[in-house]
Design a binder for this molecule. Structure first.
Ligand SMILES: [Zn+2]
Length: 303
């Protein structure tokens, strides 16, 4: 269950460290599923953020690495595709369900690459306000050794992997990876497919930034592009369009009321998500929590 860990937080009232909460999760039953998307590109799912994997003549390149206890299972899934070890890890952002395998893969020799704010946030104590969750600084071996500000490209496995930063979206350190030849895009947590997304306001995330990043991806994709979301099933461009329209509609309704000085209770009573709940409201963020999150995000932008 990909979003299992959020349920742990829902039952813990006080702020706590991510590692302590995760110790309660049983990873032994998690299976890594592999789906081939193109000649050299795969999507892998287990628990935590979805992985993108490029495998071919040059190197194994992995986008995100879920949780530390899953590293051997992820390595075993990759070993079914190639005898090569993981040479590069790209973190789409700093959250622990996307970077938990960094320490193991770093120790095994992988070069970790990310936006500079990912390294900043992983190397200091963090706090995800909406989840009431503290994070500890990661050891040196788990930190990105190559960082960038706007973007970086990798010329590997007969493809061009174009990594570009999306400013102030899900966090302040998000990257989107486009596989030019394979026509695949990995969007990290800028895109939750069929789930109301979490936007980490306390890590510099904004709903406007998420929508802007989605619009950029819509411009460079086609009906045939396969889109890997941070959470949720593999997506098409039509799914991403539906996501954009859901986010723009709901945040537009809430934003208007925030500007009019309405309280969260008043906004919730107007049921701004109503017609979207059947499709998007069954994930870890229930409609009322999603409204609260957007309200606080938009209110902060007002101040
Ligand atoms: Zn995230």
């Amino acid at each position: 269950m990909k979003t299992h860990f959020f349920r742990i937080f829902a039952v813990c009232a006080a702020a706590h460290f991510a590692a302590a909460a995760l110790a309660q999760q049983d990873f032994s039953k998690v299976e890594i599923q592999t789906e081939k998307l193109a000649e050299t590109v795969y999507m892998m799912t287990g628990s935590g953020g979805n992985l993108g994997v490029s495998v071919g003549e040059d190197a194994v390149f992995v986008i995100d690495d879920q949780f530390a206890p899953l590293t051997p299972k992820i390595q075993a899934a990759i070993a079914k595709l190639t005898p090569k070890p993981v040479q590069f890890v790209l973190n789409t952002h700093w959250h622990f369900d996307h970077t938990g395998g960094n320490e193991n893969l770093g120790k095994a020799g992988a070069v970790i690459v990310a936006h500079e704010n990912v390294r900043k946030r992983l190397s200091t104590e963090g706090f995800i306000e909406f989840l009431g969750m503290k994070t500890k600084p990661e050891p040196k071996v788990a930190l990105p050794v190559a960082t960038f500000t706007r973007g970086i490209s990798f010329h590997l496995n007969g493809d061009e992997l174009v990594v570009s930063h999306a400013p102030r979206a899900h966090t302040d350190g998000d990257s989107i990876v486009r596989f030019g030849k394979s026509n695949v895009v990995h969007m990290g947590d800028i895109f939750f497919n069929k789930l109301y997304p979490f936007i980490d306001t306390s890590s510099g995330g904004t709903v406007e930034g998420v929508i802007a990043a989605v619009e950029r991806v819509l411009q460079v994709t086609s009906e045939r592009t396969r889109i890997i979301p941070g959470h949720g099933p593999l997506a098409t461009r039509a799914d991403l369009q539906a996501y954009r329209s859901m986010l723009a509609t709901i945040s537009g309704r809430i934003g208007e009321q925030v500007r009019a000085g309405r309280t969260l209770e008043q906004v919730a009573a107007s049921r701004p998500t109503e017609e979207f709940d059947a499709v998007w409201g069954k994930g870890f963020l229930k409609p009322d929590k999603f409204v609260e999150m957007l309200y606080k995000n938009l209110q902060k932008r007002q101040q």
